[in-house]
Structures are given as structure tokens and as C-alpha cells.
Design a protein around this ligand. Sequence first.
Ligand code: TMP
Length: 209
Amino acid sequence: MNRMKGRFIAFEGIDGSGKSTQINLLKKRIEQCQAPCYETLEPSTGPIGSLLRQYLSGRMKADERTLAALFAADRLDHLLNETDGICPKLESGIHVICDRYLLSSYAYQSVRVPLDWVMQLNAAAADTLHPDCHIFIDVAPDITLERMAKERFHKDLFETKERLTEVRNRYLELIDRLREQETIILIDGNQSMEQVSDDIWNRTKHFFL
Ligand code: TMP
């Protein structure tokens, strides 16, 4: 458990794995328990997050080390900023669900930048807040790419089969490596939306009931 009054749940998965649908469903279930819940995402909607979205869409280009540093800076601002930071919300007793957190940087950036370096960049965020649990929704890249092709025309920077395959492998390696220190729940994302939602609730409801 983190030391704050609210619980902090981080959702993880490759692009198109269905995180946002599942976050909405989990938020509804938490609110049905009469508990306040705030949903947020990374890259954040703050200034560094907006800059990152421009790189992800291909409108601007940068070396992947620069992107790794920006993701880490965005995360720290997302935790600490006074307007809508995650930590002030948790301290006031609001539960927070975040679409992506530390493991996204570890999995995506370590494809091009050494993992130790990515971890060092994120040390301030990791020292500040560990999720009560990370939920990794596992779906094969072929399936998520097909889903995304049906839903939209453009592709973001990392949305290629090669990159997403490497990212998924890294997520699976990280789950193995961090098993002792972190609570990471692996969910089979190939099931129906309702089944995935039930699985997530069964593994997390003890935080809220
Ligand atoms: P999303 O809005 O679909 O989750 O896309 C955000 C993209 O940014 C996705 O390709 C993953 C990537 N990303 C990283 O590479 N590192 C990070 O730390 C975060 C938060 C996102």
C-alpha cells in the first residue's frame, strides 16, 4: 500500500490493448462503492505531456534519449503539480487510476535506451509514489494493430508491429523481474470486455470494499 489515504492503480499494456475502456469500467465500480475516484493518463495533459504528444504524432522529431527524459519529467510534474497532481489527490483520500505509469517508460524506452538509464531518470517518481498495483492487460500486437486500424487512420510513433512486439516482451520480462517488489496483475486481454473487467475487479476490489 502507498502511504497516502487514496489507492493508486496504474494500467499498462501495449497500444490498443483496451486500457481506456477498462479504466472507465473500473472507475464506475469504484464509484458504486461510494468512493471518490479520479482518472488520469500519461503522457499527461500538462505542458510536458502536450509536447510529448507532438513527438508521438510525428509532428516533431527527437532522439529517443530526449523522449525518455521528457516522459520522466512529465511523470514527476503529473505527480507533484499543485493544480491537478496525483499526490495531492491521493493525500485528500481520492483514489486515482492512471493510464500508464513507470512501467510504460521501462518497457517502451528500454527498447532503444538502456533500462538502467531509464530507471535512473525515473528514480524521483519511483521514490515518490509506487502504485498499490499495476494492471498489465496482455494482448498480442497483431490483434491491437488490427483494432487500431479499424478505429483510426493515423499511427503514433511506436505503433509498428516490430516495436510493439519488443515492448510486449519487455513488459513480460519486467513483470518477472519486479515480481518481488511490485504488485503486478497480469490480465488476459483476449477475453470479452466484460470478462476482462470482471477479472480486474476480482483482483482489485479488496482495495475499495
Ligand atoms: P496512448 O495514449 O495510446 O497510451 O499512447 C501513449 C504512447 O506513449 C504509447 O505509444 C506509449 C508511449 N509512452 C512511452 O513510450 N513512455 C511512457 O512513459 C509513456 C507514459 C507512454
